[in-house]
Design a protein around this ligand. Structure first.
Ligand code: ATP
Length: 369
């Protein structure tokens, strides 16, 4: 079992004004693929390095498989790590690069050979084992770095942006390979990235970080569909979630939100916000568009039409507020022409204007989502 338990972990670098990691609590289940996602500087790498033992913690506790490792050096934590920079040894062959950790462990030559060959095969590196890193492409070098980690049969695999040096197409291929590999390996994995597509595609769960804190930790679909804050909704998804300002009103005991004189049905949780503005969150694919006037729909104006091959990405304006929606490619959208919108009612999300927090389900309902 290699469950990782992170309790109240905090770290401020010397000279840093704010903590790089601030009171983070996280449980990564045995065999789980956890992604740490967030913008540059939010503390992902610092948190990963503390789990690896490469960085001291100021406070808190880290345990792996039920053992407190907070003060243990990296080599005693039974982890393997893959970095963004491939960190392969240039003067050693691919074979020796992969074999490095096994040799350090003083494993028998026959075992080294068997294990290296198996890892090389898993990463499709067999034709290259006698080459030197300089004779490999970037993608192949990154495979060597991954092979070198998995050859150790680690219970815990830590990866810091391992795909970020690859071009877009290679990333796409390697991402699927990596997912398959990690599924087979059954190691508990923590994967750092600032790429939300990578996070959605790879993670069993995603911990979204901002300014040293974990804002939300849920399954990819839950993070996408039920962002806990405006920040999460804007960070995840391409295009990001739309946020429109509306006013909560209560008439005859019914709560609704008005958006440019248009009335949207709102859940009862919004009652306590009556008389105040809220942010209405809706994803581009959850808005239906009509080119003809439809009485119950929101009147809007098309501003920009971008063909994306499978869809049109339409930027529309409702009064002075802008939003993006996806339509079929045969939708007759004309720049500056009118259109009528219908956001799917059960896809509407509501957020506080000041804090950006979601108004609605309790944290427990959200976890179950
Ligand atoms: P990126 O995606 O850019 O790698 P990150 O989310 O991994 O960012 P960290 O590298 O963990 O973020 O950095 C978190 C904060 O700590 C940043 O404000 C950064 O400037 C600061 N920081 C990181 N390493 C050090 C260091 N060795 N000394 C001082 N400050 C540091």
């Amino acid at each position: 079992m290699a469950e990782i338990l992170i309790q109240n972990i905090t770290k401020t670098y010397a000279g840093g004004k704010q903590p790089a990691v601030n009171d983070v609590n996280l449980t990564i289940r045995d065999g789980e693929f956890m992604v740490l996602l967030g913008p540059s500087g939010c503390g992902k790498t610092t948190l990963l390095r503390m789990i690896a033992g490469l960085e001291y913690t100021d406070a808190g506790q880290i345990s792996i498989g039920g053992r407190d490792v907070t003060d243990l050096p990296p080599r005693k934590r039974q982890i393997a790590m893959v970095f963004q920079s491939y960190a392969v040894f240039p003067h050693q062959t691919v074979f020796e690069n992969i074999a490095f950790g096994l040799r350090m462990r003083k494993e028998r030559d026959a075992d080294v050979k068997r294990k290296v060959e198996r890892s090389a095969a898993l990463l499709q590196l067999e034709p290259y084992v006698e080459r030197y890193p300089a004779q490999l492409s970037g993608g192949q070098r990154q495979r060597v770095a991954v092979a070198r980690a998995i050859v150790m049969e680690p219970k815990v695999l830590l990866m810091d942006e391992p795909l970020s040096n690859l071009d877009a197409l290679l990333r796409l291929h390697f991402r699927a390979d990596l997912k398959k590999l990690v599924q087979d390996l059954k190691a508990t994995t923590i994967y750092v990235t600032h790429d939300q597509v990578e996070a959605l595609s790879l993670g069993d769960r995603i911990a979204v970080m901002r300014q040293g804190e974990v804002i939300q930790c849920s399954s990819p679909m839950a993070v996408y569909d039920r962002p806990a804050t405006e920040f999460v909704g804007s960070f995840i998804g391409n295009p990001p979630m739309n946020f429109l300002r509306g006013r909560v009103e209560r008439t005859n005991g019914h709560v609704h939100v008005t958006l440019h004189e248009h009335v949207l049905t709102a859940p009862p949780e919004l009652a306590q916000h009556a008389g105040r503005d809220v942010l209405i969150g809706i994803r581009a694919e959850n808005i239906e568009a009509e080119a003809r006037e439809t009485p119950d729909n929101l009147p809007a104006r098309t501003e920009v039409v971008e063909p994306l091959g499978s869809h049109l990405l339409v930027t529309a304006a409702i009064g002075d507020q802008r939003l993006k929606l996806l339509t079929r490619t045969d939708f007759p959208a004309q720049p500056d022409g009118p259109l009528w919108l219908r956001p799917e009612p059960d896809k509407l999300r509501w957020f506080e204007v000041d804090t950006g927090r979601e108004i609605g389900p309790t944290p427990q309902q959200r976890t179950e989502a």
